[in-house]
Design a protein around this ligand. Structure first.
Ligand SMILES: [Zn+2]
Length: 82
């Protein structure tokens, strides 16, 4: 049985969204951060731990100058290692 007292439906919903500045995905590979280590890694090197481990150390000079691996190459590599 449907009651006709459902006027509270006109109440508005509040969408709780995180700050725009909060990043939840790696800007290099595009994957969501998996844990706190990824957040820490992002704040230090602007990429998740996997990208830093795989690309940062062997390209540190270029990386510091703004170079990043091509995302499609990164994704191919991740898929091939899964
Ligand atoms: Zn990544």
């Amino acid at each position: 049985m449907i009651e006709k007292k459902s006027r509270s439906r006109s109440g508005s919903y509040q969408l709780v969204a995180p700050d725009r500045d909060v990043v939840f995905e790696c800007p290099v590979c595009g994957y969501l951060f998996r844990d706190n280590k990824d957040f820490e890694s992002y704040h230090k090197k602007a990429a998740c731990t996997l990208c830093v481990d795989t690309y940062y150390y062997i390209n540190a000079d270029r990386w510091e100058k703004g170079w990043r691996p091509d995302r499609s190459e990164v994704i191919k590599k991740w898929i091939s290692t899964m």
